[in-house]
Ligand binder design. Structure first.
Ligand code: WQD
Length: 342
């Protein structure tokens, strides 16, 4: 069987770098393309170190239609995974046009290049945020999407629709949307991981930065939610497990195993974990005490969301394997390495 080539837009970022490693390990040739607008070369270098080889790296902006076309001219691309997007919820509220422009135009350019180059398999990096607030838990792929509460969330919904409609209209374009729950952790080598710019918005980078002394104290947003311990419930998914789901999805597309030309899968564990449970697990597995305090609820947070991952388990042949403890140990090893403490 000839080797297949996967284009990974945003391949130098947190999720893109882990996916690149797993694709490469599974025998795919990977072309990484990134404009480095939200990351430096740390993860790219880490990927090459883990794999023991240099991977092709193209510095480009996917909003540049000409550059995207030239990329498809230059490479025989069997599948493209699109990560290159802005992802800060609060920033998207302040700068909606920046979000709509970057996140939609880049994806339109990719699908347009795919269809004019004889078709392509397109994997879109979507989010559980499309489910919004719901009482019916866990969520399945047929759970209704709720109106988005931020421009960021809206770009995820619109891109899903762009992919669905393009698959219906253009011969040879096939698509999978993976809806991620809360990706956390780092590669067990501690050579790649999350590199948030400025003050982290997400829980785990804030925890590890507090533990390492970069932040004084973690604020736990809300202690009066209608959950057992009063804090929100999420489905935290290990980044390497998440990356492996992409390999399964790409194989399903390139090996012609799709049942529909556009498919959606939840990528989660099916296991709800509260903020306090996560903090306790972090302290226990890493044998340390975290400085944290309760703070008011954060606007826009849903009380609880977790996945029913059955469709991915059965159709993709993928299941989340790593425990929250292993994942939090990996996140801590990465943070310590960044701080030069290990
Ligand atoms: C998790 C829990 C917070 C920080 C967001 C996006 C989503 C996705 C992942 C990304 C919540 C609490 C957090 C802190 C806290 N996409 N928390 N103190 O909000 O579930 O999802 O990130 O690119 O689309 O919406 O993740 O990690 O921010 O929060 O108490 O300092 O931790 O209230 O309950 P969230 P999160």
């Amino acid at each position: 069987m000839s080797r297949k080539t996967v284009l990974v837009s945003g391949g130098a970022g947190f999720i893109g770098s882990h996916v690149t490693v797993e694709l490469s390990n599974a025998g795919y040739d990977v072309v990484i393309a990134d404009n480095f607008s939200n990351c430096d070369e740390t993860n790219y270098k880490g990927v090459c170190q883990i794999l023991g080889k240099e991977l092709p790296l193209i510095k480009m902006d996917f909003c540049d239609a000409k550059a995207v076309n030239e990329l498809f001219d230059a490479h025989q691309i069997d599948a493209v995974i699109h990560f290159a997007a802005y992802k800060a919820v609060g920033e998207s509220v302040a700068e909606p046009l920046m979000y709509y422009n970057n996140n939609l135009v880049s994806f339109i350019n990719i699908i347009d290049a795919a269809r004019t180059h004889g078709g392509c398999n397109v994997l879109f990096s979507s989010s559980a945020t499309v489910y919004g607030e719901t009482d019916v838990l866990p969520v399945t792929e047929v759970s209704p999407r709720q109106p988005a509460t931020s421009p960021y969330g809206n770009t995820k919904q619109i891109c899903e629709d762009i992919l669905r409609d393009s698959v219906a209209a253009y011969d040879g374009v096939k698509g999978i949307a993976l809806r991620y729950f809360n990706p956390i952790g780092a590669h067990p080598s501690a050579l790649i991981g999350e590199l948030p710019r400025g003050v982290p918005n997400n829980l785990v980078p804030f925890i590890t930065q507090t533990a390492v002394g970069k932040r004084e104290c973690l604020s736990v947003f809300g202690n009066d939610y209608p959950t057992e311990d009063g804090t929100c419930l999420r489905d935290y998914i290990d980044i390497v497990d998440l990356a492996k789901a992409h390999v399964c999805a790409v194989s399903r597309m390139v090996d012609g195993k799709m049942k529909e030309e556009y498919e959606i899968f939840n990528v989660g564990t099916g296991r709800p974990v509260s903020v306090l449970e996560l903090i306790n697990a972090f302290e226990k597995v890493n044998d340390l005490k975290l400085n944290w305090k309760f703070a008011p609820r954060r606007a826009g947070d849903v009380v609880a969301i977790w996945a029913d991952p059955q469709r991915a388990n059965e159709e993709l042949g993928w299941t989340a394997e790593r425990s929250v403890e292993d994942t939090l140990a990996a996140a801590w090893a990465w943070e310590k390495r960044l701080a030069g403490k290990e």
